[in-house]
Design a protein around this ligand. Structure first.
Ligand SMILES: [Zn+2]
Length: 250
């Protein structure tokens, strides 16, 4: 019947319109292709104006390593990773996005975080360094089952893909399902995390330089424990990559 064909046609038009036009998560403007530091961003969540306006760390002043900033180095004592690459301080809108990502299942934010991270990375000194493998901070299997996903894994798999680096989601395992680290001091966190991680299999002798991905770094204790384990297994350098740095005494 003619009216049925017409309704079908209108529905197809509406579907196409809904799929082709995105709406900026921050200002509600239409989202078209956007760029950060001349790198095309494969994301459809925020518009070019908001991409440019986000509160990034200035990688060019820090040689893309936040440990070059004395205040950060002093705030992260006893760490075993060698470099820290963070996109932004833990402030709006990243704090809101990370909470939505972690607790409200907004999986699409993994694409935004990895797109911003890889654009910053490719425009920085880090792009000139060689890395053998990307890993992510694991959740305990019980917590993974309860939450349904590991946010660090979602960012890492996209980030590795965009940099064409190998990613191993299974090598690192968390063997203790201990309490949340929130509210604990660095010393308490270190005690809580001792012998918390393991390698599922021997790490290849070819893997010397590793990128470790986490969503937020606070005391650096978790990443440091993993870095210690990796170095005991023969890895030479660990570079920690994170969306936000949230120093405990900022
Ligand atoms: Zn916008």
């Amino acid at each position: 019947m003619a009216w049925k064909a017409k309704a079908h046609y209108l529905k197809r038009l509406l579907d196409r319109a809904l799929n082709n036009i995105g709406c900026c998560d921050l200002c509600a403007a239409d989202v078209h292709s956007s760029y950060l530091l001349a790198q095309p961003l494969q994301q459809s969540l925020i518009c070019q104006f908001c991409v440019d306006d986000l509160p990034y760390f200035k990688q060019e002043l820090l040689c893309a390593n936040l440990l070059n900033w004395p205040a950060v180095y002093k705030a992260l004592p006893n760490i075993h990773f060698d470099k820290l690459f963070a996109l932004a301080p833990y402030s709006y809108p990243f704090d809101t996005w990370l909470a939505q990502f972690k607790y409200s299942g907004r999986f699409e934010l993994a694409n935004l975080f990895s797109a911003l991270l890889s654009a910053q990375w490719q425009s920085s000194l880090m792009a000139q360094s060689h890395f053998d493998l990307v890993l992510s901070v694991p959740l305990h299997s019980k917590k993974w089952q309860l939450r349904g996903y590991n946010q660090a894994h979602l960012i890492a798999q996209n980030f590795a893909k965009q940099l064409s680096l190998p990613y191993d989601a299974d090598l690192l395992i968390r063997i203790k399902n201990n309490d949340s680290q929130m509210g604990k001091t660095g010393a308490q966190r270190r005690k809580n995390l001792r012998n918390n991680f393991a390698l599922k299999q021997d790490i290849s002798s070819k893997v010397k330089h590793v990128l470790l991905i986490d969503d937020v770094v606070t005391t650096g204790t978790t990443a440091s424990e993993i870095s210690k384990l990796l170095k005991q297994a023969g890895v030479q350098t660990v570079t920690l990559v994170t969306v936000c740095l949230s120093l405990p005494n900022k």
